[in-house]
Design a protein around this ligand. Structure first.
Ligand code: GLN
Length: 450
């Protein structure tokens, strides 16, 4: 009965694109057998997790929530999913997401948006966005369909959905988790990471997911720390930086209150609070929305109707016609917008004005953080500028991009950053606090989040 209820709940939320219960059951049986034989269990033995449908999974359709990849069944396993299976986990299914991970609400999925399991308590009955792009992951965990899931974060796609659904999620330092076998969006920003109910579960998942991979040229050749064993809730002797530029104009009172509450919690845990300045913060969002589409336009050139998934071949079509028809039918509107923006900012005559400038801004933003680390150990900010909005409420793409205002700076700098639950707003909806850390200091981030 519990299984039937779970399946109907999953269907109502539209969290999964493909369900793979046999995969999870096989892992559970292996765990049972190991237990019966008295063997030492693997860290995730038998744990049924959700896999964002951006990770290639051998023999299981992988779509990036795009029509163009419908029917694509990889013959190989992504490094991160392979590591999770090695750690004993099993897969309940492939989780829905924004198409090619482009979006903040899950509404760009070809397979229909995910619905958050949360409801407002003030009579507003509209279905809410689970955040994006890892909205299938956040909704499934929040609805207790699975204890943990994978996410990927390019400009906030682990942290903002975690905040919208009252769960935890960490984007590790760029290079900690291999991108091999993860459908590419913006390669210099993309980073896999775990989403789970709490900090400890994130630490356990991250230990299984992280590690050097020779198949990813930007993978960091470092041992994986024992983050779970290193967890400590005390912030004694730690300095928590509050970046004054994140106090943006028109910040809602409930976000201000969330932030103040977070500062109080840090003080109670023994931290010293210091104000810091990240002067180039307001240029981060425009720089991100040049760099990410530029890389996307290049990465998505591979979907040509020849090598993967869907092909449109109108009568009498030549090769060019086939490319055009496949891409016109296969990509959704947001993906086309990104390809157009990216192609524009990379084209002769505009490259220097946009792309080169954005790369300079990226360096300045990274330098802002380096300066901040002289006076603090971690930074504390809100994760998103609002609680979850209703599906359909944010119709303007630019307004949607503004949702990423607090998450993109740390993405541009490649820093570890986490969202943890920070309480509820007046309508009973969850809000998230973001902790940003020094390069490779996932431990400091996790401890501050605990
Ligand atoms: N919302 C951001 C975007 O649409 C971030 C997405 C992500 O991190 N994958 O680009």
């Amino acid at each position: 009965d519990a299984f039937v209820i779970a399946v109907s709940k999953a269907k109502a939320l539209n969290a999964f694109i493909v369900e793979t219960p046999d995969h999870a059951v096989a892992a559970a049986k292996r765990a049972d057998a190991a237990r019966a034989a008295g063997e030492v269990l693997a860290p995730l033995a038998g744990v049924p997790i959700g896999m964002k449908d951006l990770f290639c999974t051998q023999g299981v359709q992988t779509t990036a929530a795009s029509h163009i990849l419908e029917g694509f069944v990889p013959t190989y396993e992504s490094t991160v999913s392979g590591k999770l299976w090695d750690a004993g986990a099993g897969m309940l299914g492939k989780l829905n997401l924004d198409q090619f991970a482009m979006g903040s609400s899950n509404e760009t999925s070809f397979f229909g948006n995910v619905i958050s399991p949360w409801k407002r308590n003030d009579g507003g009955n509209a279905a809410l966005a689970p955040g994006g792009s890892s909205g299938g992951s956040s909704a499934a965990i929040a609805a207790r369909l699975c204890p943990a899931a994978t996410g990927t974060d390019t400009g906030g796609s682990i942290r903002q959905p975690a905040a919208f659904t009252g769960i935890s999620g960490i984007k590790p330092t760029y290079g900690r988790c291999s991108r091999w076998g993860v459908v590419a969006f913006a390669s210099s920003l993309d980073q896999p990471g775990p989403m789970a109910r709490d900090v400890r579960d994130c630490a356990i998942m991250l230990e299984a997911m992280a590690g050097f991979d020779p198949k990813d040229a930007t993978s960091l050749e470092l041992a994986v720390p024992q983050w779970e064993a290193g967890l400590s809730p005390s912030m004694a002797g730690k300095r928590v930086g509050i970046p004054k530029e994140y106090r943006v104009d028109g910040m809602p009172a409930e976000i201000e209150a969330l932030w103040s509450q977070g500062i109080e919690w840090m003080r109670d845990a023994g931290a010293e609070i210091v104000e810091v300045s990240l002067p180039h913060t307001r240029y981060a969002l425009p720089a991100y929305y040049i760099i990410a589409p530029a890389e996307a336009s290049s990465n998505l050139a591979r979907y040509d109707g020849v090598r993967y998934g869907q092909r449109e071949l109108p009568d009498g079509a030549n090769l060019q016609d086939m490319y055009a028809a496949t891409r016109a039918a296969g990509f959704g509107p947001e993906v086309k917008r990104r390809i157009l923006i990216g192609t524009y900012v990379l084209s002769a005559g505009y490259y220097d004005a946009y792309y080169t400038q954005a790369q300079k801004v990226r360096t300045l933003i990274a330098q802002d953080f380096e300066k901040a680390w002289e006076t603090c150990d971690v930074l504390l900010t809100p994760t998103a500028p609002s609680a979850a909005f209703a599906l359909g409420e944010v119709a303007d793409p630019l307004a949607m991009y503004l949702n990423d205002v607090f998450t993109v700076p740390s993405s541009l700098a490649g820093l570890p950053a986490m969202s943890v639950p920070g309480g509820l707003d007046a309508a009973g909806l969850p809000l998230g606090l973001q902790i940003i850390g020094r390069p490779l200091d996932e431990q400091g981030v996790l401890n501050a989040g605990l």
